[in-house]
Design a protein around this ligand. Sequence first.
Ligand code: MRU
Length: 377
Amino acid sequence: MKEACVLIMKSQIQRQQVRTVWWEEDEQGAAVCLVDQSCLPLQVNVLRLRHEHEVAEAIVSLKVRGAPAIGVTAALGMALAAQRLWREQGERMPLHEVYAALGKTQRLLGATRPTAVNLFWALERMQDCARRASDEPQVETLRQLAQLLQQEALQIADEDAASCKRMGELGAQFIQDGDTLLTHCNAGALATSGMGSGLAPIYIAQQQGKHVHVFVDETRPVLQGARLTAWELQQAGVPLTLITDNMAGHFMRHGGIKAVFVGADRIAANGDVANKIGTYSVAVLAHAHHIPFYVVAPFSTVDLTLASGELIPIEQRNAEEVTSIRGERVVPWDVTVANPAFDVTPHEYITALITDCGVARAPFTTSLREMMSSKSE
Ligand code: MRU
């Protein structure tokens, strides 16, 4: 499964946008391809996943992570399941059995991570596509259905890339030449199919010729900031300073930080935001230092069915992520550990929600609902 593993040397680093997840076909059939984010930045391993179970495992084990990237990967996983069935069964399998098998795949992929709503949004969109196909007389074969699902998944990926650019353009207006910014976790290209959500305004500001410097929280316990954001910004030639999470307050007080940009995993109807654990602390600190706090996310991250952030399911992950670093235990045995992967930032700490449908400000219940209505017009 693993391709030649490349050790990135400093001299080899190129200034380019990283590729996160894509579709390939070869003599063995279709594959969902990923850069294994659990190995970055020391190794760049490309994984070629040929079965939906492998796709589910890759999501659970954070080989691919970040809300939009999880959604795109799951959509590609559904398309992969249909392709695989076609390769294994030809046209022998009755279509009603194919639809039942796709329902099973949707449940498998939907059980991987509970917080990022993009996962469920993308799976629902793929199921919708399959349902529509079942009513269309021109979709008579499994091969045609598989092709249709592949097109839909690739369309989701393309739309995600376009929405990243749009959010970047909208968000860049809040960045001035010479600004020092702060980000938490990784909401960049590695977390999406495009240039990212939380980092997109920074990339666009850079393209506009603005000089920025980014403070990157390391983001314990899995170090998405230290391993992924630091690497990604370095690749893109954005100057950065890596700090541990508990340094954020110090640098807000003394480091001249002008704004915070983060992504989101789910946004409730009242504007409360679930994002990587630690985001809430950063938001409170930003509020205390009168620093604007921007959340950047595609509208597919907004969940208007949940009235407030209290209702967002928070993923609890393995204690080992906290007790060990790179497989080595660093704490005493038998300690009680808590490891919620996300926290909820109440809307009162959020300056604006920058989405691909526009910039929402308080009161978010109204602005998000209005955005939803104009989107569906
Ligand atoms: O556990 P992860 O790495 O999937 O968490 C990712 C985050 O919290 C990101 O900030 C969020 O998904 C937005 S990514 C564009």
